[in-house]
Ligand binder design. Structure first.
Ligand code: PLP
Length: 390
């Protein structure tokens, strides 16, 4: 029996619609920078216009446009010292399509997945939808939401085959340190696990931190990397991403994924032509974006921690913060809390347990994308609301 999948990020929109009849809505739920004061860089818009001047209305190969595959190949070698061939790259319509391919291809009866908790909700929903068994491993709030190595070890069973990493992290905004990623690679080698590494925020880091791409560490471990242009290149609605496979020659999973890609024909040809220019173009927008995000991260961190009953860890990358709320006797659970907040303040926050029941509960997620004045206006309302509930 199939059932509809849940989305804590979008499910509250129904309530928001009712609330909007007599309240201003603050959409602090969706990680879409282009809804605020960020826009696709001009050189990429120009690249699309330029592409459309040519004859680009045809299907591309299922694996992806050659120019884009070449650009990704060069970039991944340069940034992550990846040890792949061009044939190991598959262009997808956003990472989201890659996740469908991936989880549709896992042998659900045989293989179990280790997923970070809290986690980006589509991982949880799709894994469940495809009937795969999963276990959550702890991201430790006390240690800036870094993965808990002991908890990873504890949750490995005979069936565990995949270990998922999201770095920089959604929903916590943490950036993982190199030693820890090395330890995780060692665990993957010891237990013969395939690492699935979601690196979509890999250029959004504050405080001059370096992003460590898993391809640079997992030189002997099977690895699937997911990445895309939605976030750092400010093109979420263009729907383009990619995945690549390192040390996975002969893998059935990889073969099934490429066959699914053939069944869906191809990604959008003009968009791929334009994106082929992304990694070699000017990088001013990334600098500017990180400058704004750092400032907004600090602002959100300060404001949340000043509020009665709320505490938060400072984000170091991506564009989220995952505050903890002391529910007391005021709310039954975090979902009820976020609905109450929405009805009283107009702010839409996804509820924490939607990111994982064990370590997501008693939390909520906020984006840090809105300009300071908008965040300030919304957080004033939240602060008042929290005071009124003492
Ligand atoms: N992976 C993570 C961790 C995300 O946070 C998101 C979007 O929020 C995605 C994947 C989806 O990316 P895409 O737009 O490439 O489908």
């Amino acid at each position: 029996m199939k059932y509809p999948i849940k989305s804590p990020i979008r499910d509250l929109l129904k309530v928001a619609k009712e609330v909007s009849a007599n309240k201003k809505i603050y959409p602090f739920n969706i990680g879409d920078p282009n809804k605020f004061d960020f826009d696709t860089p001009q050189y990429l818009k120009d690249a699309l216009i330029e592409a459309l001047r040519g004859k680009v209305g045809h299907y591309s190969s299922s694996e992806g446009d050659e120019d884009l595959v070449n650009a990704i190949f060069e970039r991944e070698k340069r940034k992550n010292n990846s040890n792949i061939e061009k044939e190991d790259i598959l262009i997808t319509q956003g990472i989201s399509e890659g996740l469908f391919f991936l989880f549709a291809s896992v042998e659900s009866k045989k293989h179990e997945i280790l997923l970070p908790e809290p986690s980006y909700p589509p991982y949880i929903s799709l894994i469940k939808f495809f009937g795969i068994r999963m276990k959550g491993y702890k991201l430790d709030e006390q240690r800036e939401w870094q993965p808990d190595i002991e908890d990873i070890r504890k949750n490995i069973t005979e069936k565990t085959k995949f270990l998922v990493l999201i770095n920089p992290n959604n929903p916590t905004g943490s950036v993982y340190n190199k030693n820890l990623l090395k330890d995780i690679t060692d665990i993957a080698a010891e237990f013969k696990l395939t690492i699935i590494s979601d690196e979509i925020y890999d250029e959004l880091l504050f405080d001059n931190l370096d992003h460590i791409g898993m391809a640079s560490l997992a030189q002997d471990v099977p690895l699937t990397v997911l990445n895309g242009f939605s976030k750092s290149y400010l093109m979420p609605g263009w729907r383009l991403g990619y995945m690549y496979f390192q040390n996975m020659d002969g893998s059935m999973l990889k073969e099934i994924i490429f066959s699914l890609a053939r069944a869906r024909l191809s990604a959008s040809t003009p968009i791929m032509k334009a994106c082929a220019k992304a990694y070699t173009g000017p990088r001013d927008h990334i600098k500017e974006m990180n400058r704004k995000l750092k400032e907004r991260a600090e602002f959100a961190y300060k404001r949340f921690n000043e509020m009665e009953g709320i505490s938060a860890v400072k984000p170091k990358g991506a564009f989220y913060i995952f505050p903890k709320v002391n529910l007391g006797k005021r709310w039954k659970n975090d979902e009820e809390f976020t609905i109450d907040v929405l009805k009283n303040t107009g702010i839409i926050f996804p509820y924490g347990s939607g990111f994982g029941k064990k370590y997501g509960k008693n939390h909520f997620r906020s984006i840090i994308l809105p300009p300071i004045d908008m965040m300030s206006e919304a957080f004033d309302k939240l602060e008042e609301f929290m005071k009124s509930k003492i």
